[in-house]
Design a protein around this ligand. Structure first.
Ligand code: ZN
Length: 71
C-alpha cells in the first residue's frame, strides 16, 4: 500500500507527486529509487533537476483528490 505525496524540490522548486510506501522501496522512472528513512521520511530525486533530496512529509502533503478542473 502506498500513498501519494505532493512535494516540492528544495533545490529548484519543482512540484511533483511521489508514490511512497513505508513498507516497500519503490522505484520510479521519474524519481529513481525512493530511500526510506521512516514512516514519513524518505529521499528521492527531483524529476526536473535530478538532485536527490530528503523529504519529511505529513498528512497535509497527502494527495487525496485529483479533481482539479482548471489550472
Ligand atoms: Zn529539483
Amino acid at each position: 500500500m502506498s500513498v501519494k505525496y505532493h512535494i516540492i524540490c528544495p533545490n529548484c522548486g519543482y512540484e511533483f507527486i511521489v508514490d511512497y510506501s513505508e513498507w516497500n522501496s519503490l522505484s520510479d522512472p521519474e524519481v529513481g529509487i525512493i530511500f526510506r528513512y521512516g514512516s514519513n521520511t524518505f529521499s528521492c530525486k527531483c524529476p526536473q533537476c535530478h538532485k536527490r533530496s530528503g523529504y519529511h512529509v505529513t498528512d497535509s502533503n497527502e494527495v487525496t483528490t485529483e479533481t482539479k478542473e482548471d489550472e
